[in-house]
Ligand binder design. Sequence first.
Ligand SMILES: *Cc1c(COP(=O)(O)O)cnc(C)c1O
Length: 468
Amino acid sequence: MKTSERNNIFRRIPKVDQFLARPAVSDWIRRAGRDFVVSRVQRLLDDVRDGIRRDPDGAAEAVGMEALERMLSERLQAGLVPGLRAVINATGVILHTNLGRAPLSASAQKSLSELSGQYGNLEYDISQGRRSQRDKTIQPLLEELLGCEAATVVNNNAAAVFMILNTLAQGREVIVSRGELVEIGGSFRIPDVMAQSGAILREVGATNKTHLSDYENAVTPDTAMILRVHPSNFRMQGFTARPGVAELAELARSRGITLAEDIGSGCIIDLRPYGIADEPRVRESVNSGVDIICFSGDKLLGGPQAGIIAGAEKFIASIRKNPLMRAFRVDKLVYGALQSTLESYRMGKALEEIPVLRMISMPRDVIARSARNFARRLRAVLPGNARVSVCAGDSVIGGGSCPECVLPTMLVALESDAARPSLVESRLRSGAPPVVIRIEDNRSIIDLRSVFPEQEPVLIDALCRALL
Ligand SMILES: *Cc1c(COP(=O)(O)O)cnc(C)c1O
């Protein structure tokens, strides 16, 4: 193509003002704001010019006003979809870290909506009419539920471990079993957190076995703490051993050092009847004589993202005084959601009210009934070339908790002559709302355990569209 012809094509590209005068574009300006639309028009025209430079023949048709307006609409539409959205989790993974872990209870949601648009007594003592501490409002609940002297709340459990080490062991030695130098979800590794905190790691024992004597022999005048870590996301089997918490507590007491435990998940009630065997319970740990424990708010506890630190008053007081607390503290929304979640436990209603616990404790026959019911409703509306069946399978806890626990469930399996499972999966993902599913044995799999009943009609619609 000659230069003159190419310049001709460039001249045919509409100007920004011509765009803005079009009725459809004015509509967009009213909906999405002038600056947003103008910037998208400019970007579109830049892209068209680049396209012509790369491929003058191919791009020539794209410069007509109609085609450009269509492209602009698509881009504006896509640009208005919020980055963070609610999704339907049909994977059966209850604490899906990528999907934001624990969904909150109705009362936690209510507390968020009340507190978010109003002022709250976050750091204000209502009875005295003066400044107070952030933790004061939640302290009585935590003390009562956890059986501890004092407690404080930080951004997440990683921050909790860091604050414990930084406050109570900076510049001194912390003894950890080699079997507990764990990595949780990529960026959290006990040795790395330890190094950042300024505490000095003193590894003891072997990967599979650590004895009480290993700890005993490692204690020196430089030892500040023994740290015990729950290996949340893996299990060691076979020739393994580690001392019990009570033995470690006895050793720590006799040598005048602190025993801290990162229990990970924040399991407050006994979940063994539901197949969750290996999770340490907060109260057991506190009663066994651990000086200070920490755990996540959004794992088995079922609350908002938070790290809860509980233990002896003097330790909690020092942690609160650490200047880094300012960087790790949480806002009134987290306190509000956590408070409501803990109230469900106090009233003995955790299994009914907290979604994570409701999902975990849902018996298989209840899920089986929902799955058959769902399959029947789906069959009634699905295109003829799709097949629905119900089969046995497993749900998992996820979120780096209970790797060995599988909860027997009933799955809804879908096959379609028109769409491969990978296509069904990607269509569901890009829908509104996005739906996340699993693919197993070349079938699209729905596990209703992690789907809220009120989402089912929307899910049925989404499946119909995806299976066409
Ligand atoms: C999950 C977990 C963490 C990290 O907790 P976050 O709340 O994700 O920061 C730390 N330690 C253990 C043992 C865990 O299970």
